[in-house]
Design a protein around this ligand. Sequence first.
Ligand code: CAA
Length: 257
Amino acid sequence: MLKFLLAETPADGVLLIRLNRPEALNALNTALLGELATLLGQSATDSRVRAVVITGNDRAFAAGADVKEMAALNAVGVLQDARVAHWARIAAFPKPLIAAVNGFALGGGCELVMQADIVVAGRTALFGQPEINLGIIPGAGGTQRLIRALGKALASQMVMTGEPISAERALQAGLVSEITEPELTLERALALADTLAAKAPIALQQAKDVLAQAQETHLSGGLAYERKAFCLLAATDDRNEGISAFLEKRTPTYHGC
Ligand code: CAA
């Protein structure tokens, strides 16, 4: 039973997850994060789910960790926080994850955006790591993922000043893949999810895994990793189906095997 999320299946193979704490600008309290980690964990092994879209509402994607909840934690509480395990489960989700972002994507909200493979943002969305204004720093990957996505100068500016950047700037810098009018953001993200749901599922998962590896390793190691995944895919029925369909001039039907 979900309390802080809404989940629906708007099309075959597509799961839509809406963060649903509008009264707190979708602040990511621990229970919400736990629900998200569990839902993604279940979706990882559910062959009916081929792509996931995560979104908030018009005003906020998510305004960060729940500051009121954080205020109650001492140092030991922070050290033993269940959030760490929730974030790790979210990061381990192996299927395509698309973020549809309108409004504030701040702190943990921006860090959640960076867990997505593809990010569609409304023109008025704002991305930021304002933790410095609370006397802390990002704690769910903000510094590390932002610097890889945006480079040192802009990441440092965002983390050190706490000032957000616009969707336009986020697009130029590579944090966002596309900008839309705000009312079209979810529609565009769902269209992308539809496209992905028709692709070969194992190939998509391998693509995600290999792309993620590029953040972790040096070039020759990454190239070797890519080659292994490429060879592994030669053993799938979907690879035969994809190639046969091309040669027979028809649309392929993939079964994820
Ligand atoms: N946690 C808890 N509640 C939050 C929240 C948050 N991160 N962000 C907003 N809210 C609540 C507000 O307290 C307010 O609730 P009440 O009406 O009960 O007071 C409600 O949402 C609406 O917010 P505002 O009245 O502040 O709305 P605004 O339009 O004036 O300002 C805002 C919007 C600029 C986003 C402002 O709410 C804000 O600065 N929020 C905090 C952003 C932040 O600091 N995020 C980082 C958190 S730390 C973190 O994320 C660390 C990590 O992951 C590891």
